[in-house]
Design a protein around this ligand. Sequence first.
Ligand code: NDP
Length: 490
Amino acid sequence: MLNLKMYINGEWKDSHNKEKRNVVNPANGEVFAQSVEGTVEDAKEAIEAAKAAFNSCVWSELPAEERASYLFKVADKIDENAEELTRFETMDNGKTLREAGFDVADAAACFRYYAGLITKPDGQTYHVSDPVQAMVVREPVGVCGLIVPWNYPLLMSVWKIAPALAAGNTIVFKPSEVTPLTPTKLFEIFEEVELPKGVANMVLGAGPTVGNEIAESHDVDLVSFTGGTQTGKHIMRAATGNVKKISLELGGKSPNIIFADADFETAVDYALFGIYAGAGQVCSSGSRILVEESIYDQFVNRFAERAKQINVGPGNESNSEMGPLVSQEHMEKVLNYIKIGKEEGARLVCGGERITKDGLNKGYFVEPTAFADVKPDMRIVQEEIFGPVVVIQKFKDEKEAIHLSNDTDYGLAGAVFTVDGAKALRVIKKLRAGITWINTYHPTYNEAPWGGYKQSGIGRGLGTYGLDEFQEIKQININLQVEPIGWFSK
Ligand code: NDP
């Protein structure tokens, strides 16, 4: 049995109250680890350590090249431990080894990207009236609170930790209580590369206690959160006390628009990938497929036929194409949405049940599910289900496709499938969403900004924008003619 502890000021710690929480493998319901259940006192201690480390300038005043060299070492260690990290991610989250393998490789690449970026030129100078020279420099924000969900336990952590550390901040990080395993391994790597004490701190425990303390504390200068929209709203309110900088990456209900002229089999294939990759537990999942009227029936039939062939099973089995949901609680939430869809009168075209055959009864497996003939105001069309459940809507023309696509509170992602390049761009430009694709779904790059419009969030992760989130901008005005201004009489 693994024992997971918090990492505060360079030491592995139990919580103040010595309580523990079971960590469960969602493929079989077995407890494989225990993690300490952090308290508000633990969060305060971690914040104190991060504050002291920031004030000591042990990290923020290191030359960028030296900070970068730590991050490069972390990336190398992630690669060295890739096999174990991949296996652990599958055990904790349930995703397939193939999916977890991509996440681990991306995590190393993300550290390398920010290690490289921080050593590149970043200032500006302005030609203002004489005798002043104006310039801009970037500085770290201070103590950054980073809170992440369970769907990409390692990668979501790295998307925040890498730019925050690159920029010279110190951090207090909280993974989801459901998936603390690979984040803990990442902090073991921080210890191995001898990151200075107090620079990176990890607290384990529940959102409403530990997470809330990070969001409320006056000693935390910024909170960067990825998770559900309701929690994001709470974080916004909690952050008002000291007017923290905030960045929020929240939920989605993203449209995947398929025109009649699209390459049919390509569109079906990506539509399956868009919703069932990660068992639909992906913020940018294409959870609303919108299909042009003339191919609607043909599309629904072919999609359902393909969805039924997906091999669902434990993530660590090589022939599994889709793993279980992350927890029993989450599986019940998803099954309840399927029930709601049936009650709302949507037509179930595939799936709809928990899978209990072939020894899967102890895990949290749900069939790839699709509803057709849905109405725009149905809950299954408007609300984020975050599981392998998709709704397939019908549209008449371009105008209606755009209207339906934008007709939710969310605005995270969206895609268009058509061979007409001008139409694709016209539609994409009208989508109120931050991440878009044409004739593909899901590719994500460390170089490109990630984030949403509307209630899908505030700010952007990744790319140069992701570094901006963790930096303050300071203007410096230098008087080049040092003599009295003579404004007031002597
Ligand atoms: P939650 O919002 O429930 O939790 C996210 C994190 O916030 C967890 O660490 C959680 O802690 C913590 N938390 C919960 N309550 C509070 C609180 N009151 N104060 C501070 N922290 C709190 O989301 P899920 O973990 O269920 O993740 C799924 C959601 O994340 C989906 O809506 C998904 O769309 C979104 N997401 C968005 C992404 C994006 O890039 N836009 C990417 C990935 C996911 P704990 O659970 O440990 O108690």
